[in-house]
Design a protein around this ligand. Structure first.
Ligand code: TYD
Length: 149
């Protein structure tokens, strides 16, 4: 579940003088089935979002309008991605701590998610996240089917 799995995916872009069009198909352009879509908007200047990890959720984060930064952290390495194009999506695999900041005025952050909303999937404390990572490395944190406990 390392940060190297998180990457920018270039989405299809149909250029047209009437305006451009981008589309996303489950498991074709992104490696998961889309079960939920949500978006962040009207984010006041200087505000931060995120500040948590997910046990099994996969996501694609897109700046459909404006720009913002996404900071990803797998417990060992931290990377900052600046999203500012509506045809680029950032794929985030499970067990990655994320923070979003530097929102431009009027920006919209669209998120495609692999699961329905489930509060139990969140890890909202960084120390707890680090201990999950350590337990996982020792191989103690998984059930027989490989899912995190
Ligand atoms: P949260 O995921 O913490 O926001 P962010 O990571 O973007 O800063 O969610 C904020 C609140 O919204 C929290 O009370 C849970 C609720 N929520 C839902 O009810 N459904 C959803 O799909 C999402 C993403 C959040």
């Amino acid at each position: 579940m390392g940060i190297e799995k998180c990457k920018i995916i270039e989405l299809p872009k149909i250029k047209d003088k009437r305006g451009n069009l981008t589309f996303i198909e489950s498991k074709r352009h992104i490696p998961f089935e889309i079960k939920r879509v949500y978006y962040l908007y009207d984010v006041p200047g200087g505000e931060k979002r995120g500040g948590h990890a997910h046990k099994k959720l996969q996501q694609l984060i897109i700046a459909v309008s404006g720009s913002f930064d996404v900071i990803l952290d797998d417990g060992f390495e931290r990377k900052r991605f600046h999203l500012n194009r509506s045809y680029y999506g950032l794929y985030v695999c499970p067990m990655i701590w994320r923070e979003l900041n530097n929102f431009s005025s009027g920006s919209v952050c669209l998120v495609l998610a692999s699961e329905l909303y489930e509060e139990e999937d969140y890890i909202r404390d960084y120390g707890t996240f680090k201990s999950y990572i350590e337990i996982n490395i020792k191989g103690e944190g998984k059930t027989q089917n490989g899912n995190l406990k």
